[in-house]
Design a protein around this ligand. Structure first.
Ligand code: SAM
Length: 202
């Protein structure tokens, strides 16, 4: 599966995507992640990506032009016009394990990270095909939300997790919350691993 992320802050993704399961999933070819700086698609010497909105109201809004250019470059490069373009926004549908599973069926998604007061409405109307919120709170930008989506979707892809079926036993996958886990030692500060788990433990 391929994720293309459109952002004003590409460096923010470096740490999270270059460790642990997400790095291994890339190394193994299970996922590809493209990070695109929206600023690179802004015209002119100053590469302006945001402006005060019509009608005032304070704050800055991401301009439509650079976002369309960035997304269309990805879409043209992929040679497919039916790639979902997902805006991360507090007004979107609330992200869940079910939505993660739904996205895991896609071969390619584009994740658009807003900033400041948000984005030009024409991006929502004419480019975006889905809107996702990671919770009922307002973040400063969509980058954390994009990382959450990539992480939750990636672990659902076939063969990404080392232990066979590990995602099948995750909370929500079974319809139940997963039970507690214990590791050695059997007694830690007088707290014991439950007997039912100790029996048969090698
Ligand atoms: N003025 C906007 C509003 O009230 O809906 C909030 C803009 S927020 C400061 C800047 C960006 O952060 C948004 O465009 C969006 O991309 C991202 N963002 C903020 N909260 C989010 C959430 N709960 N889930 C997903 N993205 C979020």
């Amino acid at each position: 599966m391929r994720f293309d992320i459109l952002t004003l802050f590409p460096e923010m993704f470096e740490g999270y995507f270059t460790h642990s399961i997400l790095q291994r999933a890339q190394d193994a070819g299970h996922i590809e992640i493209g990070i695109h700086n929206i600023r690179d698609y802004a015209p002119g010497k100053h590469r302006i990506t945001d402006e005060p909105p019509y009608g005032g109201g304070g704050g800055m809004v991401l301009k439509a032009g650079p976002i369309f250019s960035a997304a269309e470059t990805v879409i043209d490069g992929a040679g497919s016009s039916d790639i979902p373009v997902i805006l991360l926004t507090p007004q979107g549908r609330l992200f869940s394990q079910e939505i993660a599973a739904e996205l895991a069926c896609e071969a390619h998604v584009i994740l658009l990270c807003g900033r400041y007061e948000g984005i030009d409405e024409r991006v929502r109307q004419h480019l975006v095909t889905d809107e996702i919120s990671i919770g009922d709170y307002v973040l400063t930008g969509g980058e954390l939300a994009a990382m959450v989506v990539v992480d939750a979707v990636t672990r659902l892809l076939p063969d990404v997790l080392g232990a066979i079926g590990a995602a099948d036993s995750d909370s929500f996958s079974t319809g139940l919350l997963e039970g507690p886990h214990y590791t050695r030692p059997e007694t830690f500060r007088s707290w014991q691993v439950p007997g039912v788990l100790r029996s048969g433990h090698a």
